[in-house]
Design a protein. Structure first.
Length: 266
């Protein structure tokens, strides 16, 4: 059976599904951040010092002192999970009014990938044939098809807005790529690449000079995709929390829109 994926502009009524998709996507790095943090020398040294203090100063038994290791690790995992939840609550406010944030300006945009045929609950969809259909803003025939087939499973998203803090650039000349997500079950099927192509073609047609985005060291698959599309690393920035115990690297990537325009003209 063929799985048909429709890539279309956001429409009213998608909000709850998008919020769920993007919240789940943000939470996928909890385990990666935890493992990276647990392997840091600062964390292991801190735990050893705590265990030694409990054993020597407070005269606890060796077994009780050793229990500091799993206790601290559990608290660390909980803290990272809570931190991700707080990040979702504080940084996803743009999803409360997508039409205003992304569709009031024709140079911005928000697109979703929606399953329009096939079983949305089928966990082995990767073994099926995938048919990805891109839908332009003025193309209504596929919208009617999507409505008739009752498609309602949003499995991916991407958005473009104007970068407001561009330095050494003409005003509103750089696009900001964000809200890229694909549901875990449907990754590595070309959906992310198709979403990226849709957004980049929009940026080229909107006469941006370049497209930029932020990603982290824990989004390796996304960074590989961006590299294939032509993005290059222009800046790294280290983010630290809890006095440096939690630390990860942010990557700022950039691609000149001339690359996409050349592909459109070919």
């Amino acid at each position: 059976m063929t799985c048909k994926i429709l890539i279309r502009p956001y429409k009213y009524g998608d909000e709850s599904k998008l919020k769920r998709l993007l919240a789940d996507s943000a939470m996928t790095t909890v385990w990666a951040v935890f493992l990276a943090t647990a392997r840091r020398e600062l964390v292991s040294q801190s735990i050893l010092i705590m265990a030694a203090i409990l054993f020597v100063v407070f005269d606890l038994s060796l077994i009780h002192s050793i229990l500091v290791f799993p206790t601290v690790m559990l608290l660390l995992l909980i803290g990272i999970w809570v931190g991700h939840k707080v990040k979702v609550i504080t940084t996803h406010k743009d999803l409360n009014d997508i039409q205003k944030e992304y569709q009031s300006n024709p140079r911005c945009g928000f697109w979703v990938a929606e399953l329009i045929s096939g079983d949305a609950q089928q966990m082995h969809c990767k073994t099926k044939q995938i048919d990805i259909i891109s839908l332009g803003d003025s193309d209504t025939s596929m919208i009617e098809l999507e409505r008739r087939t009752g498609g309602c499973s949003i499995i991916g998203s991407i958005a473009v807005t104007v970068k407001q803090d561009s330095t050494n650039e003409p005003n509103q000349s750089v696009a900001w790529l964000r809200r890229m997500a694909v549901e875990k079950t449907y990754r590595k099927m070309g959906i992310g690449a198709a979403l990226a192509d849709t957004a980049l073609e929009h940026c080229a047609r909107s006469n941006y000079r370049a497209v930029e985005l932020l990603t982290t060291e824990h989004h390796q698959a996304a960074r590989s995709l961006y590299a294939i599309k032509g993005f290059e690393l222009i800046e790294t920035h280290e983010k630290t929390y809890l006095g440096g115990i939690i630390c990860f690297v942010l990557y700022r990537l950039r691609m000149p829109c001339i690359v996409t325009r050349a592909n459109l003209s070919a």
